[in-house]
Structures are given as C-alpha cells and as structure tokens.
Design a binder for this molecule. Sequence first.
Ligand code: HEC
Length: 137
Amino acid sequence: MLAPRPGSGNDAGLLPFVVDATRLEIVQPLGGLQGDVARGQALVANRSESGCVLCHGIPGERFAGNLGPSLDGVAARLAPGQLRLRLVDSRWFNPQSLMPSYYRLEGLQRVAPQRQGQPVLTPQQLEDVLAWLLTLR
Ligand code: HEC
C-alpha cells in the first residue's frame, strides 16, 4: 500500500493514477488516453506552453537550454511508464528537481492566477508529449 503522497494520484481535481513506487512508473496512460506524436512535438517546441527546451537539448533544436540532460535517446534509456511519471511528478526521481511537475496540483510555485487549480498540462497534452518522447530512441 502506498502512503498517500503528493502526486500519487490522491490530489482532488486530478484524474486518479497509480504509481508503481518500486519501478518508478505509471504504467497506464492518464485517463486511458492515446498520445499523438505530432501534437506532442508541437507542444514541446512551444516554449511558453511546455518549457522543455528551456532546460533540455532535443534533436533538431538549436537554441535549447542545458539545465537538464539532453533528451536525445531518452526512450532507449527509460521505460514509457518511467517517462510518464517523470512528466507527472519529477519529485519521485529527485525531491529537489528543478523540473516542473506537469500533472500535479499541490506544492506548485509561481502559478499564474488564471491557472490556479489546474495542472500545467492536461492528461491529453501529457500523453501527447510522452508519445513524442517515445520517438527519441
Ligand atoms: C526548469 C528546467 C526543466 C524543464 C522546464 C523541464 N525539465 Fe526535464 N529535467 C530537468 C532536469 C534538471 C532533469 C534531471 C533530473 C532532475 O534533476 O530531476 C530533467 C530530467 C528529465 C528527464 C529524464 C532524463 C534522463 O535521461 O533521465 C526527462 C525525460 C525530461 N526531463 C523530460 C522533460 C520534458 C518532456 C519537459 C517538458 C514537458 C521537461 N523535461 C521540462 C529540468 C527541466
């Protein structure tokens, strides 16, 4: 039995999800949704919506940050469920992570007033970003 901790699917207002705390995975797609690679790629390229390229090098992107590791080949290093949890709540991997948690409500900082009470990405957007990540082999 998992202790209820933030980001473990217990936040009111989020779709429930199950974290495998041993393998650090969320195996099931959020909301059972299917991700779309093209939409995910567009989201990642959009600096204000996702912010990924502010911190990560990605293949084909010349102006990218380096606070985080390059995402080149990341799908060969991590399982899909691990990538999903990394996007949902990066604190499972590193409690001090600089990476935003994209599907969490509790403990977020500097949330714009119009975004209060909403995760950074919708379940569909998160699955779209994940679908794109899975192409990086
Ligand atoms: C503010 C900086 C920042 C932003 C924005 C950010 N990340 Fe990260 N990310 C990091 C850091 C730093 C790490 C290294 C591990 C850690 O400290 O948590 C990381 C780790 C990762 C990893 C694991 C990589 C590995 O090789 O283990 C993935 C995958 C990832 N990020 C994807 C994304 C995606 C996709 C986005 C956009 C939706 C994103 N990140 C946005 C900073 C960021």
